[in-house]
Design a protein around this ligand. Structure first.
Ligand code: SAM
Length: 173
């Protein structure tokens, strides 16, 4: 299943931005308007795709940006566009990052693709520093239960116009 998802994104990476830049841009703006980033922060985007969120963040603060995705094609497209971030091929359910490494972790429209969305959220919590920012969205149409992870204090935001449910908050301990 995971390799099939990666293959599908590999095959469509070149037209992803043309199709989805506007839709994803609204979701990314929604999340960025609800979090605070500081110069010097380490920011990880889990399931970064072609780097739309990384591009938006680099225009706002002088952060160290890292994008992780399971599709090499999406990462190559991000690189081709000149996204200024370290790009890592990996799985959101088992990320190759140390515990408590990021000041902020984002994940936009990704966790519904995971085998276990709850595990993806636990991984996001694991790599976030205590007190660090967590900002996630996932597709309503996937019909998954809102994933809970112990140790995250978060608010859930529904939007009438956007296709995602949004979760913003911070790691408690
Ligand atoms: C709908 S796209 C969203 C991309 C980006 N976050 C955005 O907002 O434009 C979903 C992304 O999740 C990635 N993805 C799917 N399953 C993944 C997994 N298990 N680990 C990491 N990335 C995954 C896909 O390769 C794809 O780039």
């Amino acid at each position: 299943m995971k390799s099939r998802i990666a293959e599908d994104y590999n095959a469509t990476a070149g037209i992803y931005d043309m199709r989805y830049r506007e839709e994803q841009g609204l979701k990314i703006g929604f999340l960025l308007n609800r979090v605070r980033l500081k110069d010097g922060d380490t920011v990880i985007d889990a399931g970064c795709g072609t780097g739309l969120l990384l591009e938006a963040v680099s225009g706002r603060a002088k952060t160290w940006l890292v994008g992780l995705d399971s599709s090499i094609g999406m990462l190559q497209e991000a690189r081709r566009k000149g996204v200024e971030a370290d790009l890592v091929l990996g799985d959101i359910e088992s990320m190759p990052f140390r515990d408590c490494v990021a000041d902020a972790v984002f994940s936009v429209s990704v966790i519904q693709l995971a085998d276990d969305p709850g595990r993806a959220v636990s991984e996001i919590r694991r790599i976030t520093k205590a007190g660090g920012t967590i900002a996630i969205s996932y597709l309503k149409s996937a019909g998954i239960e809102c994933p809970q992870a112990a140790g995250i204090r978060a608010a859930v935001h529904a939007s009438e116009t956007m296709k995602d449910i949004f979760i913003t908050g911070f790691r408690e301990d």
